[in-house]
Design a protein around this ligand. Structure first.
Ligand SMILES: Cc1ncc(C[n+]2csc(CCOP(=O)(O)OP(=O)(O)O)c2C)c(N)n1
Ligand SMILES: [Mg+2]
Length: 289
């Protein structure tokens, strides 16, 4: 497990946002809003919380991570490369022909990336995948944990609620769900498309422990994960409040940025708003100084 300080994790979060903007400006295709809103969550998971070994992605003792909402791939790709799963320069191949950085994630064995266990993109399936693995680990008396990240709009999928029941039925205290609670989805605010509130009460009524936190506050999010790990007898969900497009003023909290990339001009502004870090960019545009 990497054990970075919270200050370093904040620095890494800024770098991940820069990476996302650059990947999307280059590809001119892909999702901006959700990925930008998850920089602190991914930096905290991969640089503090998860028990993983990037040099040995299939390590038997690893914690499993599933990205159920596969369209959030750009933040996962940026994080995996910064954590050492594959070369950082490869980020410039997002959505290109023959890339391993597909629009939606694919596992290594099907020309995807190391660290990706299963394909996602069809919403609603990741929690079922995670429940299956968590049951298997329990049967094998293993200590590995299973983390799964879902979008809030994704919770409209009925499949999610079936696996919520299953996780409770099997007392899966080795399972941690994380919901990206940004109140936005593909074409409107979540509460206009399909009302989710009172969301915490719904998870509780399905037998889950519920932790609510600020998904942009690294200390709070890490504390929530550590608390979730200690819970016994039932699965835990972390409802992480985030803002779509966080860090870029003209994208912030605006569902219209769900699935479009910034133009070059917009990318320039975005990068100027996301401060430089000391970690180093994978590409410098000619308009950067
Ligand atoms: C089964 C299925 N239905 C519909 C879609 C199309 N779709 C992609 S993302 C999305 C909205 C997801 O909302 P949310 O999980 O909140 O993600 P965010 O907009 O916050 O990034 C939809 C409906 C899909 N990918 N899979
Ligand atoms: Mg959402």
């Amino acid at each position: 497990m990497e054990n970075q300080s919270t200050e370093n994790i904040k620095e890494i979060s800024r770098q991940l946002r820069r990476d996302i903007i650059k990947m999307l400006v280059i590809s001119q295709s892909g999702h901006s809003g959700g990925p930008l809103g998850l920089a602190e969550v991914f930096a905290s998971l991969y640089f503090k919380v998860l028990n993983i070994d990037p040099k040995n992605p299939n390590w038997e003792e690893r914690d499993y991570f599933f990205l159920s909402a596969g369209h959030l791939a750009p933040i996962w790709y940026a994080t995996l490369s910064r954590r050492g799963y594959f070369p950082i320069a490869e980020l410039s191949t997002l959505r290109k022909i023959n890339t391993r950085l597909h629009g939606h994630p694919a596992p290594h064995k099907t020309h995807g990336l190391p660290g990706i266990e299963i394909a996602s993109g069809a919403l609603g399936q990741g929690l079922s995948n995670a429940v299956g693995v968590a049951i298997g680990l329990k049967l094998d008396k293993k200590k590995n944990r299973v983390f799964v990240l879902m979008g809030d709009g994704e919770l409209n999928e009925g499949n999610i609620w079936e696996s919520m029941m299953t996780a409770n039925h099997h007392s899966l205290d080795n399972l941690v769900g994380i919901v990206d609670r940004n109140f936005c989805q593909i074409d409107d605010r979540t509460e206009n498309v399909m009302k989710l509130e009172p969301l915490a009460d719904k998870w509780k009524s399905f037998g889950w422990n519920v932790i609510e936190c600020d998904g942009h506050n690294v200390e709070e999010f890490i504390f929530s994960c550590e608390t979730a790990k200690k819970m016994k007898g039932a699965p835990t969900v972390i409802l992480a409040k985030t803002f779509m497009g966080n860090g870029v003023s003209f994208m912030q909290d605006d569902f219209r940025w769900h699935g479009v990339p910034p133009s070059t001009e917009q990318g320039k502004i975005a990068l100027s708003e996301i401060s430089q870090t000391s970690l180093g960019d994978f590409i410098k545009f000619d308009w950067e100084n």
